[in-house]
Design a binder for this molecule. Structure first.
Ligand SMILES: NC(=O)C1=CN([C@@H]2O[C@H](COP(=O)(O)OP(=O)(O)OC[C@H]3O[C@@H](n4cnc5c(N)ncnc54)[C@H](O)[C@@H]3O)[C@@H](O)[C@H]2O)C=CC1
Ligand SMILES: O=C(O)C(=O)COP(=O)(O)O
Length: 531
């Protein structure tokens, strides 16, 4: 069945066309972004959700999103998505990190110019026939100091344009290297220095726990008298009430805000103050940017839904379409190894250690690890997938370790998974043969060549005569057909394992009878999802 996508925000129609071109069913319902209850009522039938900033993807929405696999943000900020809740549910969240950055930087520059010359008020006054030439005295930008809070994609473009306007640019960004700052022609400073020196301050940080209220009342008080503040990043980065007071006292000479603590902003303390320029979150609203982000998000979501390729995901390592093709069987293998260990483990897991050898070590290890962990944890909760597994493992206090090594044995590469509990360590290794089929190659240190079947029975025993007879007789007595089997042992009379492949899940009575023979240390039915 074709995947279904809901567009619940005002994305360019290009997105709709791209989904359709990929054979994806799409409903374009931008009104749902503004109607939480209607969104909750509708979301259950969709595999994908494409949004901008109006749609709030809360835990409640995600609870109702029983089929959802991917949320695509046609834009940059994902603060309107509960990423933690999405991850826990196994829903990938992607954005388009560059598609609207030039447009947003241009908006910040426009806002800076508008506030420097009071253009909106002058415009309104002129339209009203007042011709108040002497009322609107502005300031020049040339030779003024611009302080950037955040110098990532958008901040750097703003810096470039501001340098073109002959401004001096300071940047406060703990993650900006000195080399990058030099290359951009900006001077990297601490926040206090920026606050003391800047004539204009623009914000270009994401909204996070750390950046929230970064221009607090206290920090605003450290600014230079006559400063002008531009916020085209996110509402909530600036204490709006404190700013309003400082505008009234004249300490702050002007402010230009595109974003507000509460949106849509129908009321705000900054509204109707002199020399405050406001736009309704228009930073990304140009034809070019909206085409870019719509096209990109639709391609990314379609790729994921149709091929498993992961691009620009916030909560999952990226997997290119090429990788998805090559790695498909390896991801399946990692999942099967995890699933084997998960089905064998009845006690709390303390650690999961994963070794990648040869070919596997050269792959996207993070993705393989996510698949392996998901396999382990799925036993306890089938809803866990590659996205949610690392979070769930962390929440459960499971320590993770990964080792990589060059080709060390007979196989071009293999993955070995070890699950550590209070009582024991359990290891299983597997590889993918040239036929593209994942196989288990070592269990409990015993070499084996076992394809992965849907219904399997795993037994361990001492290598003594009569084992195969006992298995065959018990199965036969209950009409259970053995499709195939494979054996392994450390040596004659030593530890041995048997894997039987069955057409159907094995009845409990057969397991009980096999256990009652006293011949086996372990008798475990194993079920695998084979594609
Ligand atoms: N008004 C609008 O329509 C739009 C607003 N935005 C907003 O702009 C924000 C920035 O976008 P990009 O530049 O593309 O993101 P980015 O990730 O490229 O840059 C953000 C920068 O902030 C820095 N940063 C992080 N924490 C910081 C902290 N505590 N103090 C100082 N710097 C810190 C990072 O190191 C990074 O360099 C987005 O997160 C979004 O919220 C983006 C597009 C449109
Ligand atoms: O990309 C971003 O972060 C934006 O804030 C743009 O928001 P929008 O898509 O215009 O609602």
């Amino acid at each position: 069945m074709a995947p279904k996508v809901l567009v619940s925000d005002a994305l360019s129609e290009t997105a709709v066309q791209i989904f359709r071109d990929h054979g994806i069913e799409v409903d374009f319902r931008p009104e749902l972004g503004k109607d939480k209850d209607a969104l909750i009522a509708a979301i259950g039938q969709y595999d994908g959700l494409a949004i901008r900033s109006a749609t709030k993807v809360t835990e409640k929405v995600l609870e109702a999103a029983t089929n959802l696999k991917v949320i695509g943000r046609a834009g940059i900020g994902v603060d309107n998505v509960d990423i933690h809740a999405a991850s826990k549910k196994g829903v990938i969240v992607m954005n388009t990190p560059f598609g609207n950055s030039i447009t947003t930087a241009e908006h910040a520059i426009s806002m800076m110019m508008a506030v420097a010359r009071q253009i909106p008020e002058a415009n309104a006054s002129t339209h009203a026939g007042k011709w108040e030439k002497s009322r609107f005295m502005g300031v020049e930008l040339t030779a003024k100091t611009l302080g950037l809070i955040g110098c990532g994609n958008i901040g750097s473009i703003v810096a470039d344009r501001a340098i073109g306007l002959k401004m001096k640019v300071l940047a406060y960004d703990p993650f900006l290297s000195e080399e990058r700052a030099d290359k951009l022609g900006v001077h990297k400073v601490e926040l206090d220095e920026l606050l003391h020196r800047a004539d204009f301050i623009t914000l270009h940080v994401p909204m996070t726990e750390k950046t929230a209220n970064i221009l607090s009342r206290e920090n605003l008080a450290k600014t230079k008298k006559g400063v002008r503040i531009v916020n085209c990043a996110r509402g909530g980065l600036v204490d709006e009430a404190a700013l309003a007071e400082m505008l009234k006292t004249g300490h702050v000479a002007g402010a230009a805000f595109d974003v507000f603590a509460e949106e849509p902003a129908k009321e705000n303390v900054l509204f109707n103050l002199p020399n405050v320029v406001c736009t309704p979150h228009l930073g990304a609203s140009t034809t070019e940017a909206q085409e870019n982000v719509a096209l990109q998000v639709a391609e990314q979501m379609a790729d994921y839904l149709l091929t498993g390729a992961v691009t620009n995901a916030i909560n999952m390592p990226s997997i290119t379409a090429e990788e998805a093709k090559v790695m498909g069987p390896w991801i399946a293998l990692a999942g099967h190894l995890g699933s084997f260990a998960g089905q064998m483990t009845d006690e709390p897991i303390k650690a999961i250690n994963i070794l990648h050898d040869g070919l596997a070590a050269g792959m996207n290890i993070e993705a393989l690890n996510c698949a392996a962990i998901a396999g382990v944890l799925k036993e306890a909760n089938p809803a866990i997938n590659m996205v949610s597994a690392p979070i769930v493992a962390k929440e459960r206090g499971i320590a993770m370790s990964t080792t990589t090594q060059g080709k060390s044995g007979a196989f071009d590469g293999y993955i070995k998974l070890t699950v550590v509990t209070e009582k024991r360590e359990r290891s299983i290794a597997g590889t993918v043969f040239s036929d593209g089929k994942p196989r288990f190659i070592q269990i409990k240190g015993i070499n084996i060549d076992a394809e992965i079947g849907e219904h399997m029975l795993y037994t361990t025993n001492k290598d003594v005569p009569g084992i195969i007879g006992a298995l065959g007789a018990t199965m036969g007595a209950h009409g259970v057909n053995i499709a195939n089997f494979t054996l392994g042992r450390t040596g004659p009379g030593e530890n041995a394992i048997a894997i039987l492949y069955l057409d159907d899940p094995i009845p409990q009575v057969v397991i009980d009878e096999l256990k009652a023979t006293g011949l086996f240390q372990q008798v475990r039915p194993l079920e695998f999802e084979v594609g």
